[in-house]
Each structure stands twice: as structure tokens, then as C-alpha cells.
Design a protein around this ligand. Structure first.
Ligand SMILES: O=C(O)CCC(=O)C(=O)O
Length: 284
């Protein structure tokens, strides 16, 4: 178990949300979404995986049976890694997830903490963390890092992190380092898509967060954070939205940088596909 204290937060009202956020570099807002809104996205994401699990394993699985579904996920991951990765990307393109990410409640809460003109920094993410779905530890348990290095957006850019299932300490809830946002950018070394902080961090100052489905965590992209340890056999499903403040001065002055690379591959992934008759059949 990580040596961190459990969050001990007071209920947050509209008036003190900004001062608490400025002080700590993060804020938890309880019941921001309804559990039903979150469950609808979670159900849909599992349904997307179920198509490929059926194709790969040759059998239908019951998405509502947690053990059966998770066993199917683990087997799918082993049998067709490429399709697994692609499916993981497809669930990030769910219309329902994108719709939630453009909800007015989000614009309002971001404005209340000072992002005058919130603008989407990158498409939504969805993560399904489990040691059984990762080829190395960084893929299911991220070390301490700051997101600013990846986004390089406005200085007040934020991450909105929320679980799709109740996410307690045992399931590896996120851990944050309060006040770390004010220290600016730490040195980091590359770990694929994130940069891990190598310098010594005050271990006993990390705070372990526990969120229920519907709760959200907003943190500054400068706030140091890391995954907790998922000690359960279950998958930890979460999503993240990221926003810049379009009118933050340095963002304007730096010409609105956008370091995410998103482009089509020049090769045909299935050479010889499609035949003309396969296309014709679609329009018959
Ligand atoms: O959910 C996690 O464990 C890590 C997420 C994270 O570090 C991030 O969204 O920046």
C-alpha cells in the first residue's frame, strides 16, 4: 500500500471552490454528473469491447457480469493486442463521451475557477487500468508526473479526471501532491506518452483520492499526480477531459501551441481491401 493520507475534504461550495483550487491545485466536486450519465458511457464502452471480444474469442460475453466481462477483456488483450489497442481508441470516440465533454456544466465550473474561455485541449481519454491489460507497469500505474509537459497549453490549463466506476484506494484511485502546481515545471524523463518526474518528492504529502461515479476531480496541469495501486483483480475505468483557457496571455503569445499529433497513416492497413463489389454492396 502506498504511504499516503486519505483525502479529508470539506464540502465545497461555489464561493470557495476557486480559492481551494488555487491553494491545492486540485478540487474534487462530488455528484457533478449523475451516476446514470456515467453508467450510460461505461455501458456503451463495454459494449464496444464486447463486439471485438466476440470476434476474437468466438463467443458472446455478458457485459453486465463483471467477472465474465473482465476475463473476456484479459483474453482479448492476449489474443489480439492490435485490435485491443484500436478498441481502446474507439471508445475515446464515443459520441456520448464527447457530448458529456461539451456539457455546459463543465464550461461553468471551469469559468468559476478562472478559465475565462475554456477550449478543448485534446480529445477525451478513457482508461481501463489493470495489470492484466498492460505490457509494462507504466501502462496501468503511472508514476508521478505533470500533464502540462504533454499539453503545453495555457498556464491555467486543467485536467478533469473522473471514474466510470466507484474508485477507492483499493482500485488505485489517483494520488495528488497538494500545492505542487505552484512549483512550476519539474524535470521529467520520457516514459512513452508521459514524462515521469525523477526528483525526490515528499512521499508523505501525497493525498489519496477516492471518487464515486459522478464525482469529478479537476487539477491544474502543473499538479503532480500519479496512479494509486490497484490491488483488486478488477479493471479501473476512468475518463479525462482536458481544457485550455484560450485567452490566457502566454497561450496567446505562444501562438496557441498544440503538440498532439493526430494524422492518418499513409499505408493501407489491409492491402487489397476493399474490392469494388464490397463497396457496391454497401450502397445496394
Ligand atoms: O488515472 C491514472 O491513473 C493516471 C491518469 C493521469 O495521470 C492523467 O490523466 O494525467
Amino acid at each position: 500500500m502506498d504511504n499516503v493520507s486519505l483525502t479529508n475534504e470539506a464540502p465545497v461550495t461555489g464561493a470557495d471552490i476557486k480559492s481551494q483550487y488555487f491553494k491545492d491545485g486540485y478540487i474534487v466536486v462530488r455528484n457533478f454528473f449523475t451516476p446514470e450519465e456515467i453508467k450510460a458511457i461505461f455501458d456503451e464502452a463495454r459494449g464496444v469491447f464486447a463486439y471485438q471480444i466476440e470476434r476474437t474469442l468466438g463467443r458472446k460475453i455478458d457485459v453486465d457480469n463483471q467477472d465474465e466481462f473482465e476475463a473476456g477483456m484479459y483474453e482479448f488483450f492476449q489474443k489480439d493486442f492490435d485490435a485491443f489497442v484500436n478498441t481502446g481508441k474507439q471508445v475515446q470516440h464515443l459520441v456520448s463521451l464527447h457530448r458529456l465533454g461539451t456539457d455546459d456544466r463543465i464550461t461553468k465550473v471551469l469559468q468559476s475557477i478562472g478559465l475565462e474561455y475554456p477550449i478543448i485541449a485534446v480529445r477525451p481519454a478513457m482508461m481501463f487500468n489493470s495489470r492484466n491489460l498492460a505490457k509494462k507497469q507504466d501502462y496501468w500505474k503511472l508514476g508521478a508526473h505533470q500533464d502540462w509537459r504533454g499539453g503545453q497549453g495555457s498556464l491555467d490549463s486543467i485536467v478533469m479526471w473522473f471514474p466510470l466506476v466507484d474508485c477507492d484506494t483499493a482500485l488505485g484511485g489517483l494520488q495528488v501532491l497538494p500545492g505542487s502546481h505552484k512549483r512550476g515545471l519539474f524535470e521529467g524523463s520520457d516514459v512513452d506518452y508521459i514524462s515521469s518526474i525523477q526528483e525526490e518528492l515528499p512521499e508523505d504529502e501525497f493525498v489519496q483520492l477516492e471518487l464515486k461515479a459522478g464525482d469529478i476531480l479537476i487539477f491544474s496541469t502543473f499538479t503532480v499526480h500519479r496512479s494509486g495501486t490497484n490491488v483488486t483483480p478488477h479493471i479501473r475505468w476512468t475518463s479525462q477531459f482536458r481544457f485550455n483557457n484560450l485567452v490566457e496571455k502566454t497561450f496567446v503569445d505562444r501562438g496557441f501551441p498544440l503538440p498532439y499529433i493526430y494524422k492518418p497513416t499513409p499505408e493501407l492497413l489491409f492491402p487489397g481491401f476493399p474490392k469494388q463489389e464490397e463497396v457496391e454492396a454497401v450502397f445496394k
